[in-house]
Every structure is written in C-alpha cells, then in structure tokens.
Design a protein around this ligand. Structure first.
Ligand SMILES: [Mg+2]
Length: 403
C-alpha cells in the first residue's frame, strides 16, 4: 500500500432496526420480523429481518403488501429513539478508528482510513477490527465494503451483505464491477435500469463497453456519470462533520436601519467574514441563514440550501441577499441583522478543478485576501462595494458558534 493510496470503507449495519428488535427480544431471533406500522394503514416497511426478506419483503414496501408476502411475520412498531442510541454507539466505534467519518444515515457511514495503517493495520485488518468491535460491544452485524473510492466501497458493501466484508484492490475495480447487474451501479434505480436494458445493457461490464461519447449522447449528464462509474472512478471525498455546526456573524445597529442598500452592504461584509472563518477552519457549508431582529425585539430567521457547499463570501452573500429580499420589505426598520452558514463539512475534498475559471479566480483572490487579513487585521482590506459606509455599524457581534 503506497503512502498516497486512498482507502475508503462503507460500513452499513445489517437490517438495523430489525436486528435491534431481535437483540432486545431474543424470542424474535431468526423469525420473519418486520418493523413498520399497521398493515391496514398506508404505512411502509421500515426494516425487515433477513428471514422476512427471504419472502420478498423489502424496506419501503407498503406494509399491506409485505404481510401478503409473509403473513406469518411478526410485526413490531418502530422505536426510533432506541435505534438512535444504538446508532450513536456504533458511530462512536467508527470514530475511534478515524475522525474522518461521514455518516450517511442512521446505520451507514463512510470512513476514510487513508494513512491509518500504522495505527490499525492493513485496510482488511481495520475492517475486521470494526466488525469485531461492533459484534462484541453492540451485538450487531455490520457489512463493509473497502475500496479506493466511495462508489466502489458502496457497491462492494452491497454485494457482501449481510455480514460481509468485501475488499476491492486498487486497479481491480473494473473487473470487480463488470459481472454485476446494472442495478448495482450507484444511482441507477429501477427506471434507469429498465431504460438501460432496453439498450442491451444488463451488467456494469456492458456499460463499460460503451464509449463516453455514445453514453453522453444517449443519456446526457447521467451518461457521463455512468461512464466513470462503470470504471469505478469517483473522486468524492469523505466529508466528516465536525463538532461545530455553524459559523455566523451579526451586527446590532446604532440606529434602526430601514435602507436596503445599507442592509445589503452589511450583509456583504458579514458574508465575507463568515467565509473567511470557514476557510480558516478548512470547512465548507451548505445552508445559509439570515437573522432579523425588529425594534420590538422579535426575531425572524430564514434559511436556504445552496446547490454546492461553499466557503466563498460571494456565494453566501448572494443567498443571504435573496433571503433578505424575500423576507423584508423596504422601509421596515431592523435593529439587528445576522448571517450564518450551517451544514458544515470538512473542506478536504474541495478541489479547484471543480469550478469554472471565474470561480477559480475568485477562490484564489479570497485566499490572498485571507493572507493579507491575517497579517494586517481584518480592517486592512474591504471590498470596493463595502466602501461607502452610509451607515455606521457598531458593536459587531463576535463570531458565534453553535454547539
Ligand atoms: Mg443498513
């Protein structure tokens, strides 16, 4: 294993809710068990034990259909609080291996174990350690896929389920994927699979035989993703969420402000400061929030999600300004205005190549602004659009952080 070889694990608990119910009530063990609501209602299957799956019962299937397929199944209503406790304990086991854990759902997480070999051994040994700890400490089985990319790790995990560990060596991705049915490809659902089969594509290997030109001509953007996917290519990084969940900044005005241009200038300045803070912490965020406080001290907060996580002041400002324009009428006085970013992720996977040329230029510009600010203090440099300060903003709130 070379120093630069990337290793990613996808860890996914087997039939999680059903397994927890079996754990708490051993009499259920090995029986067809369905976690879900009343079959006479419109509820769906939350989780099914493998004994129930043998009858064709699947997650998200209507309960009425599930009980027709498996009338003898024991039905247990979901207890999400109980599952959440078990989930937290398992995620702790994963975070003891590496802090680079991206939890995807209550029972599933990616781990980036690149460089962990000195501490924990080879990728396979790390996988065995995780499985042993989850079994011994939580009496649950967890399946793992281990590979150089998230995409292949995910597919490897699915292939090995239940109670499996499948490791795909770097360079072996295409050979591993080729014989698999097209439904195994990440992002290919039933509709797309049927569509592909109409073109004679039944396996991932069939897909790999198509040229990129033909795939994109036939399927557009999806075609490009399929071309890369069929080769196991995926440069998505594991985004570990840190403890800190948001970064924000707010200003209390000396005099209540009701002028749009002045408010937007304040918003721009704060957006830049929030962005600089994100960059210092090597974080990106996906949710932009604004906070408005009125003269009667009532507070309104509004938020929106960006298409891409960012650490760029302009992107934060554009969203914050749109929120302000939607939620504030000119002439309405404000005592305080704030902007914040939540949904924070590690910025490690943030690559210049993903952005077009003008974005790249702006990113580089902001990085050099950060350097100047850190050398001369934040007052040393302002964007031209912040310059004519029609209002006097004082009492700049400290950057506040939740949790
Ligand atoms: Mg699972």
């Amino acid at each position: 294993m070379s120093a630069t070889q990337r290793w990613i694990i996808l860890a996914d608990l087997d039939a999680f809710f059903a397994s927890v119910e079996e754990l708490l009530n051993p009499a259920l063990r090995g029986k067809p068990l369905i976690v879900g609501g009343d079959p006479r209602s419109r509820s769906v299957v939350c989780s099914a034990s493998y004994a129930a799956r043998a009858y064709g019962v699947r997650s998200a299937m209507p309960m009425s259909r599930a009980v027709r397929l498996c009338p003898q199944a024991v039905i247990v209503p979901p207890r999400h609080g109980v599952y959440a406790e078990h989930s937290r304990a398992v995620m702790e086991i994963l975070r003891a291996i590496t802090p680079a854990v991206e939890q995807v759902s209550v029972d599933e997480a990616f781990l980036d174990i690149t460089g962990c070999e000195r501490l924990w051994g080879t990728p396979r040994q790390i996988g065995e350690l995780i499985r042993r700890r989850v079994r011994e400490e939580r009496q649950l089985t967890i399946s793992l896929g281990i590979a150089a990319t998230k995409l292949v790790a995910k597919i490897a995990c699915d292939v090995g389920k239940p109670n499996g560990l499948v490791l795909v060596e770097p360079g072996e991705e295409q050979r591993f994927l080729a014989p698999l049915p097209i439904e195994r490809m990440w992002g290919v659902g039933k509709v797309t699979a049927d569509h592909l089969r109409a073109y004679g594509v039944a396996t991932i290997g069939d897909l790999a035989a198509w040229t990129e030109e033909r795939l994109t001509a036939t399927f557009g953007d999806l075609g490009r993703a399929l071309y890369r996917g069929a080769r196991g290519l995926d440069d998505g990084a594991v985004h570990a969420e840190r403890e800190r969940r948001s970064v924000s900044h707010e200003i209390t005005f000396d005099v209540d402000l009701d002028d749009r241009a002045a408010l937007e200038r304040a918003l721009l300045g704060m957006s830049d400061q929030v962005a600089a803070q994100l960059r210092r912490q090597n974080m990106v965020g996906q949710t932009v929030r604004i906070k408005l406080r009125y003269p009667d001290l009532s507070i309104a907060t509004r938020q929106a999600t960006l298409e891409q996580p960012t650490d760029q002041g302009q992107a934060i400002y554009a969203q914050a300004r749109a929120l302000l324009r939607r939620n504030w009428h000119p002439g309405q006085p404000l005592r305080l205005l704030g902007v914040g970013v939540a949904g924070l992720l590690e910025g490690g996977g943030y690559q210049l190549e993903l952005f077009d040329a003008s974005d790249q230029k702006r990113i580089r510009l902001n990085r050099s602004l950060d350097e100047i600010r850190s050398r001369y203090g934040s007052k040393a440099i302002r964007r031209a659009s912040q310059l004519p300060p029609g209002e006097k903003a004082s009492g700049e709130g400290d950057v506040d952080q939740e949790r």
